[in-house]
Structures are given as C-alpha cells and as structure tokens.
Ligand binder design. Sequence first.
Ligand code: DO4
Ligand code: MG
Length: 284
Amino acid sequence: MKLCRFQTRDGEIKIGFVSNDCLLDLTLAGINQMLPLLESDNPAKQLTQLSASSLPRIASSEIKLLAPVERQEVWAAGVTYLRSKKARMEESDFSATAYDRVYAAERPELFFKSLAEKVVPTGEPVGIRRDARWSVPEPELALVLNSRGKVVGYTIGNDMSSRDIEGENLLYLPQAKVYERSCALCPWITLAATEEEARAWNITIEIARGGSAVFSGATSAGQLKRSFTELAGFLFRSQVFPHGAVLLTGTGIVPPDQFSLQAGDTVTIRIDGIGSLQNPVVVV
Ligand code: DO4
Ligand code: MG
C-alpha cells in the first residue's frame, strides 16, 4: 500500500493512494494533506477502510509526482553499513578513527539533510557542487516517522555527497552533505511493512552516462547494522518534530574511488517494496 503527493495540470497539490495498481485521488475522502494521515498510528488501516471504488482514478500521464514531504525535516544516519565505514576510512586518513568509532558506538551518526521544500522530486535534477572534485549519490532506505517517532512508512532517499570535501576534514561534513539539490526522495511512501519485511528489500543503483551504465551496485537493507527503532529513538532524543521527520538510514553502496558523477549523468535507485527514484545530474 503506497501514498504519494501529486500536482494536477491546473497546479493543485493532492494526495494519492495506490490500490490494486490504480492511483486514486484521496480528495473526495476528505484527505488533502499527508501529515494528518501519517500522524495516525496505522494510516494503512485508515486507508483500507475507505471505499476505494468511489474514489476517482488518476492517469499518471495527467499529473506530476512530487516529493512525499510537506513540513517534515529530512535527516540522515551515516556509517551504518560496513561498506560505508570502509570507504570513508579509505577516503580520509585524518578522520578514519572517527568513522571506525561511530560504526561501533552506541550513539549513531545523525545529521540534518534538508528542509521539505528543498527536497528534489523524481525526474528533477540532483546537484553536484561546482567546488567539489569527487561527487557520488548515496542510495538509502528512508524511514517516514510521525511526530511521536513511530515508523509509519518507507521511501527512497538519495543523500548526494561531495567525498573530497568530507574527506579533507570531517568538520566540512555539512558542506559535503547539505547544498542545493543534494537530497532527492522517491514519490512513494510504502505503508504497512514491518521492519522484518523492509530489511529483506534489495537496494540497487544504476548511473548512466550517454545512454550506457557507468556504475551499478546492489545491497540489501538487511545489511544495515542498526535497527530502525534504534535510529528513530536517537533522532527523537531531546528533540521534537511536530510535523514528523524523514530519516535516511545510510548507504551500503559506494562506487569505486576513481568514480565521480558528471553533469548529464542519470541516477536510478530502486528499492523492492517501494519503487524507484530517477534524477539527472547538474552542477550547482
Ligand atoms: O559520515 C559521513 C556520512 C555517512 C553517510 O552519509 C552514509 O554512510 O550514508
Ligand atoms: Mg549517506
């Protein structure tokens, strides 16, 4: 069961619901925003109680899919897969112990990634910094959390990163991670999946240049070292999110060191159980 936000040809923003492979407009059911729905402990139950047959079907050619965030802050966890720890320790002698320690520590690395209004939807360009030499996408399973820190759904995030800036000095992390067009989210929020089900999903990425694949990689969400409740619990410690939050859970796929994104590349990320996120790349 999936939810989305979409824009009609006359500019209206609406909430959609995928039922039996059909996209249904939830306006007639009185649902004009995602947040109140995500605030209920079981949005999927609320949606199954709707009479889907009475809701208008939407043709995907008639609408533009938006990022599935309204006022949520987007945060990210880091160094949660062995692959990410290894790559980062190689990228920086200077910070290698910090990555090693945080992978093993009780407290995870969590950092602010984006305001909702800055999130890039599928189809629109993600950015590589003009002052970076080494830029990569990070394909990540993202947890959709309500204001009580409960995981109510899942989406796909791309935590675009400047590896040379991060590698030069860990204090530059906010510049390596938070810049124009550095965060993209898939349009779909999958509801009603347990942590056990979500950990069985495969995560894949393909980067195309001039019509050919220049990098592809895969992992499983099951390789994530920390539990979803652990990550959400730390994010909500001494912190409030009145509109909920989206938490990217870290990357388990890192391209080889000689690879850097270029303007004109296309990044496609897929996660079983959710769908796909595809963005061209521009220099910002
Ligand atoms: O420590 C830097 C960021 C790590 C990260 O974004 C990841 O592992 O996905
Ligand atoms: Mg990341």
